[in-house]
Write a protein that binds this ligand. Structure first.
Ligand SMILES: *Cc1c(COP(=O)(O)O)cnc(C)c1O
Length: 440
């Protein structure tokens, strides 16, 4: 299988080429040159999420150096469950994507990418340096997934003082091959610094640099797998295609669901639940595509004003009418998020994180007839314990912390503070290379 840039430039690359590069050289995103097709019967022998992932992803790695490792890689990526839990009385079920090491759906993609890149390191090569700028969830998932992988180091850059205490702990508790930098600046400064590093001849000579951000093909495929597994479970249970409501920011999770449907899985409607960052809902309503600065909301992991994966959606559905037929989108502001968390706790005893609450709100607004006509599933993208400061006052009780998170909170943390300057990053990476390069 070959991969092409959404912008049409450059030549086709292999599966592992797309994973290693992240972004295409012309600035576009990699998409498959052709699409495998599946039927429900192709998954008849699947007993687990990892089985579905292997069946679904294997054709994407056909003829690649990673092809023979796909069994192991999918097992490593999907070693925790994504249960579909009914919400009695609500008229929908919840796909819980938060049972991984950092309690958000990003663990699946990060683990798949880590398992893949770890197998692409030639013996004796200089360490691969993964640079991640993060405003919260991505950095933790990537750090957890790459922690103690031989031949790979991770530098996590976050804006000093601008992430919650729980998030900071997840970014700084790793040690070993993961180093955490508190950048004296904003998230945008962190992103600028990563971009500058990729263009810096000094750093490029010293390190082999890579990114693990959400536009990487390797992050999308396992996400398509859990949507596929869910659709298959609903199909077996109800004989109906599943419809999904997906809390969305950069559109990686929603795009993966769209891909699963395109591959032939029984999926009907796909609704994108956005926070007050309304770039996508406005566009689907017929306004011009207008990227903008992101607005800070309670659902902070969805604060994206210029969602990158729109480019992949548009490449699959060129033209507004096709896109409008493929997905719909709604805006849920902070007031509605707060009210939904309180109301659904009172009504169903379920505790949503602020991101998941946007999807629950979309369901609550949905006309009863439309709700009854579909087999609806909302994606729960993070565990509410990651957002206790927001959730606990709304429900008037403590949120139980899952064991995986509790263990992270107990680890010692360490970070290095740096100025938002390329010279500072260079010096910090060189200093770290002396220590952890030997695998301390
Ligand atoms: C990243 C994230 C989202 C948004 O997902 P996209 O793939 O960027 O659309 C939603 N919820 C949580 C908890 C996240 O971490």
């Amino acid at each position: 299988m070959q991969y092409l840039s959404t912008r049409g430039g450059g030549s086709a690359v292999s599966f592992s080429g797309a994973l290693l590069a992240g972004l295409a050289p012309d600035g576009g995103l990699y998409v498959p040159a052709s699409w495998p097709r599946f039927e429900v019967a192709d998954f008849a022998a699947c007993r687990s999420l990892a089985d579905v992932a292997r069946t679904l992803i294997t054709p994407f790695a056909a003829e690649d150096v990673l092809a023979t490792a796909m069994d192991e890689i999918t097992v490593e990526a999907c070693n925790f469950p994504a249960p579909l839990v009914d919400v009695p009385g609500a008229g929908y079920a919840v796909l819980e994507l938060f049972h991984g090491p950092t309690a958000a759906f990003k663990d699946f993609g990060a683990r798949f990418l880590a398992a893949s890149l770890a197998r692409l390191r030639p013996a004796g090569a200089k360490p691969l340096e993964i640079l991640v700028a993060t405003s919260g969830d991505t950095g933790g998932a990537v750090a957890a997934a790459f922690h103690r992988r031989p031949g790979i180091r991770v530098a996590v850059l976050f804006p000093k003082g601008l992430v919650s205490p729980a998030q900071e702990q997840q970014l700084t508790c790793w040690g070993d091959n993961v180093q955490s930098f508190a950048v004296q600046g904003s998230f945008d400064d962190c992103q600028q610094l990563v971009k500058a590093a990729f263009q810096d001849p000094v750093l490029r000579a010293r390190h082999e640099l890579s990114s693990a951000n959400s536009i990487n093909l390797g992050r999308l495929l396992p996400q398509a797998a859990y949507h596929a597994a869910t659709a298959l479970a609903v199909w077996r249970r109800d004989g109906r295609p599943a419809s999904f409501v997906i809390p969305s920011g950069n559109l990686g999770n929603a795009l993966a669901c769209v891909w699963a449907r395109h591959l032939g899985l029984p999926i009907d409607h796909i609704v994108l639940a956005h926070n007050a960052n309304r770039t996508v809902p406005d566009f689907l309503a017929g306004k011009p595509w207008q990227p903008r600065r992101s607005i800070a909301t309670l659902a902070s992991a969805m604060d994206v004003g210029d969602p990158s994966n729109m480019e992949r959606l548009k490449s699959l559905y060129p033209g507004l009418p096709a896109l409008q037929a493929a997905v719909s989108a709604e805006v849920v502001d902070d007031g509605a998020i707060r009210r939904r968390i309180a109301a659904d706790y009172a009504a169903y005893g379920r505790i949503w994180c602020p991101h998941t609450a946007t999807a629950a709100e979309v369901m609550a607004r949905m006309p009863a007839a439309r709700r009854a006509a579909g087999a609806w599933v909302i994606a729960a993208t993070a565990h509410p314990a990651k957002f206790r400061e927001i959730v606990e006052p709304l429900i008037g009780r403590a949120v139980p912390v899952p064991g995986s998170l509790a263990r992270l909170y107990e680890r010692p943390s360490s970070k290095v503070e740096i100025a938002p300057k390329l010279a500072a990053l260079r010096a910090a990476l060189a200093a770290d290379a002396g220590g952890s390069g030997a695998g301390r």
